[in-house]
Write a protein that binds this ligand. Structure first.
Ligand code: SF4
Length: 359
């Protein structure tokens, strides 16, 4: 056991030394991770404190719950009041909408699920009830929701619907680069998203903007290696994308999962909380499956507003400020009293820094 730990430490020490040596060739660098799992790992492992001071890690819009807008929560609450039962992942339960969260407004009437497939059981076992499955996530979870819709259609289920806020990572990367609000020198890219869509989708973005990106795994050593590879890409300027997470990521991704996703969903304009509307950055149900789209079957008009105008999640999600720069951080906003989704979600940047500290 000891030798394993030593070996791991040695490996980590070597990578850190390589990073430090290579970083000497650069002035200040901003690397953005667009993945909540990376954000959590980075702070859990204390990575910012072991990097040279000219490498700044920024958390981008990679937490699906954090980018889900207020009106989505408001709609879910409104549907509950119309007699539907809501099925959702636990993270979304405490995220504030305009007036409050599902937890505050409708405690006890919402069912927490661990996998979208559980919704089929609920619907089949309770034919007298109507269920809405909150479809929130990125390309990693979209195939699971697609499989639910395909299965529901096959089984003739008529009492299960989706309220859809699924989002796509490459379009939001393009949006941030086009907006040019901050200098991004490279991206740490989500290995699990690339497992589904393939590294090729990320290569297109990195090549178009001549911006280095590394598809990274999730262990601290993976992230450190990816930071080193980013530095090498910047140094050599011969190409813009590299895959560190090679054991899981193929160029073309997971063909089966992509096929299911493309069968059920089409791209649409989507609203990202704190960021705005981005063309073709969301997924909505195709015509063929429209009977499972609650927004089509039972449209509701909702007047939504920002939950707390002093919450600066939008700037956190765009990498413009660090959570600790928000005046409410640990001063009215904490995991017990969250004022924004970045403090609620287990993948939110505010929650990560609150829990593990900035260093
Ligand atoms: Fe919003 Fe709280 Fe984060 Fe500030 S600390 S940005 S209020 S979630």
């Amino acid at each position: 056991m000891n030798s394993l730990i030593n070996l791991k430490n040695l490996k980590r020490a070597e990578i850190i030394s390589d990073i430090k040596k290579t970083a000497e060739d650069f002035q200040s660098l901003n690397f953005m991770e667009v993945c909540g799992t990376h954000t959590m790992q980075i702070y859990r492992a204390g990575i910012p404190s072991i990097l040279p001071s000219n490498i700044n890690l920024l958390s981008g819009p990679g937490c699906p719950v954090c980018v889900t807008p207020e009106e989505f929560i408001d709609k879910a609450i409104a549907y509950l009041k119309e007699g539907y039962e809501i099925l959702t992942f636990g993270d979304l339960y405490r995220v504030p909408g305009t007036y409050g969260s599902l937890e505050k407004e409708c405690s006890g009437k919402v069912k927490i699920i661990y996998s979208p497939s559980e919704s089929l059981e609920y619907a089949l076992n309770n034919p007298d009830k109507k269920f809405i499955l909150l479809a929130v996530g990125f390309e990693t979870t979209a195939p699971l929701f697609a499989a639910v819709v395909i299965d529901a259609k096959k089984k003739g289920i008529k009492n299960l619907f989706l309220l859809c806020a699924l989002k796509l990572i490459p379009p939001v990367m393009r949006y941030l680069l086009d907006a040019g609000e901050l200098k991004i020198d490279g991206f740490l890219l989500p290995g699990h998203v690339a497992t589904i869509i393939g590294s090729e989708e990320f290569r297109k973005v990195c090549d178009d903007y001549k911006k280095p990106g590394v598809v990274s795994g999730f262990e601290p050593e993976d992230i450190l290696q990816s930071i080193f590879i980013l530095l090498m890409l910047l140094k050599h300027k011969s190409r813009f994308l590299e895959t560190q997470y090679r054991m899981a990521v193929k160029k073309e991704g997971n063909i089966l999962a992509r096929r299911e996703m493309e069968k059920v969903f089409q791209k649409t304009k989507a609203k990202w909380r704190g960021i705005g509307e981005i063309e073709n950055s969301g997924l909505t149900l195709k015509e063929e499956f429209i009977e499972y789209d609650i927004s089509y079957i039972h449209p509701l008009k909702i007047e939504s507003q920002v939950f707390n105008p002093r919450c600066r999640c939008g700037e956190v999600l765009r990498g413009i400020i660090s959570p600790v720069d928000c005046p409410l951080f640990d001063n009215g906003c904490s995991p017990q009293t969250p004022q924004g989704p970045c403090m609620v979600s287990s993948e939110g940047a505010c929650a990560a820094i609150y829990k593990y500290g900035r260093e």
